[in-house]
Design a protein. Structure first.
Lengths: 109, 114
């Protein structure tokens, strides 16, 4: 069965303090790994899709990387507006999206 | 705004009530999804519709009944729910079901079952 584990569960950073979120996965035939951002009371907002090991994608202060076992979401010099829950999901051969429980990020000014 | 709307945004119902959740997408997509999000738990896929045909039912109890009258609208009919069904119900849509087809989510309906 496909599994996604995200760590840490919660992360508190000072503004400007760079860090990384981890997403470890097991999947039968990876077709895509997805990162979403979710603000309180809202639905998940799409950030990135990664398809193969070694792939990297960037958007503003965020950079996502992928290996055969895990993905990292690197946050460089975060700002308070980056505070949110970050969700990771994988899609395997069955086409279903399997989500992790998320990392709740708080960035203090 | 993602182009996916859900109504109502909040719903409180008793265990004997019957209610429906509505989802509408304005993106021209062909696939629509229902997810359940409980506190501190991962999103759980409930149902998938592709071109109005149900392609996935992840062992969801029969007290949840989906309906997809066309590619733009998706309903979730609720009856005789249990308190443990209280959660955020999210609708999503995508062009198709391929991995290259990003799923776009609505804001969700916060359901409380008393």
């Amino acid at each position: 069965e496909d599994q996604v584990t995200q760590s840490p569960e919660a992360l508190r950073l000072q503004e400007g303090e760079s860090s990384s979120l981890n997403c470890s996965y097991t999947v039968s035939g990876l077709r895509g790994l997805f990162w979403y951002r979710q603000d309180p009371g809202k639905g998940p907002e799409f950030l990135f899709t990664l398809y193969s090991a070694g792939e990297e994608k960037e958007k503003e202060r965020l950079k996502a990387t992928l290996t055969k076992k895990e993905s990292f979401l690197h946050i460089t010099a975060p700002k308070p507006e980056d505070s949110a829950t970050y969700l990771c999901a994988v899609q395997g051969n069955n086409n279903d999206m399997r989500f992790g429980a998320g990392t709740r990020l708080t960035v203090k000014p | 705004e993602t182009g996916v709307t859900q109504t109502p945004r909040h719903l409180v119902m008793g265990m004997t009530n019957k209610k429906s959740l509505k989802c509408e997408q304005h993106l021209g997509h062909n696939a629509m999804y229902w997810y359940k999000q409980s506190a501190k738990k991962p999103l759980e896929l409930m149902f998938v519709y592709n071109f109005k045909e149900q392609t996935e039912n992840n062992s969801v109890p029969s007290r949840f009944s989906p309906e997809c009258p066309n590619s733009s609208h998706l309903f979730l009919h609720l009856h005789t729910l249990q308190p443990e069904d209280s959660a955020l119900y999210l609708c999503a849509s995508s062009h198709g079901q391929a991995s290259t087809d990003t799923q776009y989510f609505g804001p969700g309906t916060r359901l409380t079952v008393l």
